[in-house]
Design a binder for this molecule. Structure first.
Ligand SMILES: [Zn+2]
Ligand SMILES: [Zn+2]
Length: 93
């Protein structure tokens, strides 16, 4: 597959939808949205694993993990507040 050099996603952090490991935007947008180890497993972690992960990431990535493509950190250009929408530039549009 062809990958364009110029991409708006290159400065955005994407995380594996299963384990929260940082992955490339290519994996997030064109792949399964999972890291290599999770995509090679090809199955979802158990409920308990998910619970552990959500507990261990609490505080660090608080509230950023929503559906696997939402672990994107972008800050308001005016006040620096963390934005929930990756396509937004400011907390108030
Ligand atoms: Zn993973
Ligand atoms: Zn702001």
């Amino acid at each position: 597959m062809k990958i364009k050099q110029h991409t708006p996603y290159k400065n955005i952090t994407f995380c594996c939808r299963d384990c929260g490991t940082k992955i490339s935007w290519v994996s997030a947008l064109q792949g399964q949205g999972r890291c290599k180890s999770c995509s090679s497993k090809g199955k979802y972690p158990s409920k308990e694993t998910r619970k552990k992960l959500s507990e261990s990431s609490r505080g660090k990535n608080n509230g950023m993990y929503v559906d696997g493509r939402s672990c994107i950190k972008k800050h308001c250009v005016d006040c620096g507040k963390l934005l929930s929408r990756p396509d937004a530039n400011r907390c108030t549009l």
